[in-house]
Design a protein around this ligand. Sequence first.
Ligand code: PHE
Length: 458
Amino acid sequence: MAVGSPENRDTWGSKVAFILAAAGSAIGLGNIWGFPTQAGRNGGAAFLVIYLIAVAVIGAPVMLSELIIGRKTQRNPVGAFKQLAPRSAWYMVGGLGVLGGVLILSFYSVIAGWTLAYIIKAVTGAFRSEIDTAALYNSVSGSAVPAIGWHLLFIVITVWVVLGGIRQGIERWTKILMPVLFALLVLLAIRAVTLPGAGTGLDFYLKPDFSAVTAGVVVNAVGQAFFSMSLGMGAMITYGSYVSKKDDLVSSAAWVTGADTLIAMMAGLIIFPTLFASGFDPNVEGPGMVFVVLPSLLASIPPEPYGGLIFGTGFFVLLGIAGLTSSISLLEVGVTWAVDETGFSRKKAAITLASIAFIVGIPSALANGAVPWLTSIPGIGMDFLTLMFTIFGVFALIVGALFISVFVGWYWGIENAGEEVRANDGKFPLGRTWAFLIRWLVPIALAGVLINTVLQTF
Ligand code: PHE
């Protein structure tokens, strides 16, 4: 049989399994760490409103488009474009995605590695009232050996899950992990909104003041939406490629989008009341929100030391789980590509690509104090991790999504795409709306965002 021919491919066991896995990819550090940080810096409730609009009119149509490309071709992102647009350069969009996946994984696993360290700290009772969270954060992220060590451990766990393949690895784990994650979030949200003084935080988060909205705020909302929904780099093409022809794509896309958005909103509900209740400024820099501010709240939950132990461990286990179900998708894009296109075994592909991500991630691991010139790169002023995030976690995703929308809307065409959607039951709810958005609104908005970003950077 030819390499990567669709006949010998694994598929998800059911539609629910696929939705959980895709939601697992979407829900990650981007929701729990990224979203509240962005909302805090960009005006709170007004950002939330703009974010929701961006998700609905830009993110969701792109999500559906990626799933369509994946299921139609049952290929990795590179192979998918090769099949739909032979003898053209479109496959390079898929190539960008494969590369992006490995490079995003390189820094993602550094941050996710910190969560592993925090789990150990929480379990061993570090979350007590006298905790110095800034010192705790420094001890985890600021010196070379622990930072690289946790990064390595997280990559190893990621590889281990991916080695199991689609059904036995990714599906089996996300089915268990996602519901646990959800339950933990609900518990923490209840705890947060019932804190004394939670009201100011809820106002900041839920009562919009649009006077401070600038183009920059809109750009940040769009970037956050793409990263959070795992769009623009082929993760959803890859996951879509394992979807059975019997399943309905529109409702799947809606479920994944809805779940991702719900979790981000819940993370805000946890973070802002606690932030204000403990007198912090919502405009915290970098990773401070989840790794410095929140632990002080977790540590203060009575009775000592059990409150900190239980809620601290719970929260960071949750963050680690969310990170893991995302990092496996980042690696899976490249693994599916290597298995389909190069004939590598799953094992060889996973180990090779993860090793690359590990090595490329070392400077990111050293960029939080361990090595000064990586912590503030001369001439740029940013740390290396933030730089990688800006290039591959924001810019590349927007470029990728722009190409995907032009490809589906104009090159391959909405008729072909619509046919794939209707393959199971002949229906395409909201088909016209989707077609309008993917042809006009999405590409124009993304081009605007890119122009704005370029103008602001130079
Ligand atoms: N969506 C993931 C998160 O929110 C990150 C991610 C981005 C995963 C792109 C895959 C692809 O953490």
